[in-house]
Each structure stands twice: as structure tokens, then as C-alpha cells.
Design a protein around this ligand. Structure first.
Ligand SMILES: Cc1cc2nc3c(=O)[nH]c(=O)nc-3n(C[C@H](O)[C@H](O)[C@H](O)COP(=O)(O)O)c2cc1C
Length: 119
């Protein structure tokens, strides 16, 4: 299982580092190609929106997507982490976890357990 992530201000990258995930693929422009199953880590943009580079990446590689872990900020209220729900619906895969910013120790413990099941 590969890990793919998108980050703009660094929270998701920090999360990836705290999870000790090495060799994750970072989505930059969204034109990257992957040819194996992966879990996606993304942030939420706009008001509950999927970041544009993530949309582009998934339109190229979405057939390999197995699940999404989404970061957001509770201050966005109803739009909290909605990017994960949107991706889950569109690609028919589970939104595995919603995490605020780069996650606390408890989040890291839970996400570690979740991703272990995908090895
Ligand atoms: C312009 C902007 C819009 C955002 N919109 C949302 C949102 O609708 N829902 C949400 O939960 N978080 C929202 N966020 C918060 C980010 O998704 C959250 O801080 C995330 O951890 C950022 O990840 P990154 O630092 O890896 O880019 C927004 C942040 C910015 C700067």
C-alpha cells in the first residue's frame, strides 16, 4: 500500500511525519501518476472543498484509491473535513478518519492502527 498526501500549509505533511510514513508521494500539481493501491491524506479547502490538485490527481489515479484520511479545522463548522466525505462518496471508498490540523497523540495512535490494517 502506498501513501499519498496533499498539503498546503504543512499540517498534513507534519501528520505524515508523525506517523513515521516514509516514501509517501506528495501531490504537487496533481499530474503525478501512481499504479498501485494507495491511501490518501488530504486537507480541506474553501468551504468543505476537495483541493483542486487532489481532484486532478484523483481523476488520473482514482481507480487505485482505497481510503481517505482528511484534515480540517473545527472552526469551519459544518464544513469540517468535508473534503473526505466528498471523496468517499465520489470514489466509493471509506473516509477512514477526520483529524484536526496535524493531529494530537490520540489521533496518531488511532490512525496508526487504521493504516496498519492496510499493509
Ligand atoms: C482557505 C482555507 C480554507 C479552509 N477550509 C476548510 C474547510 O472548509 N473545512 C475544514 O475542515 N478545514 C478547512 N481549512 C483548514 C485546513 O483544511 C486545515 O488547517 C488543514 O490541516 C490544512 O492542511 P495543510 O496545512 O496540510 O495544508 C481551510 C484552510 C484554509 C487556509
Amino acid at each position: 500500500m502506498k501513501f499519498v498526501y496533499a498539503t498546503r500549509t504543512g499540517n498534513v505533511e507534519s501528520l505524515i511525519n508523525k506517523l513515521n510514513i516514509r516514501e509517501a508521494l506528495k501531490i504537487e500539481l496533481g499530474q503525478e501518476k501512481i499504479e498501485e493501491d494507495f491511501l490518501l491524506f488530504t486537507y480541506t479547502d474553501g468551504y468543505g472543498d476537495v483541493p483542486i490538485e487532489v481532484e486532478d490527481f484523483l481523476s488520473l489515479n482514482g481507480q487505485y484509491l482505497q481510503g481517505v484520511i482528511v484534515s480540517g479545522d473545527q472552526n469551519y463548522g459544518e464544513a469540517y473535513c468535508k473534503a473526505g466525505d466528498q471523496i468517499s462518496k465520489e470514489y466509493n471508498i471509506p473516509c477512514l478518519y477526520k483529524v484536526e490540523n496535524d493531529g494530537n497523540d490520540n489521533d496518531i495512535r488511532i490512525i496508526t492502527e487504521i493504516i496498519q490494517k492496510y499493509h
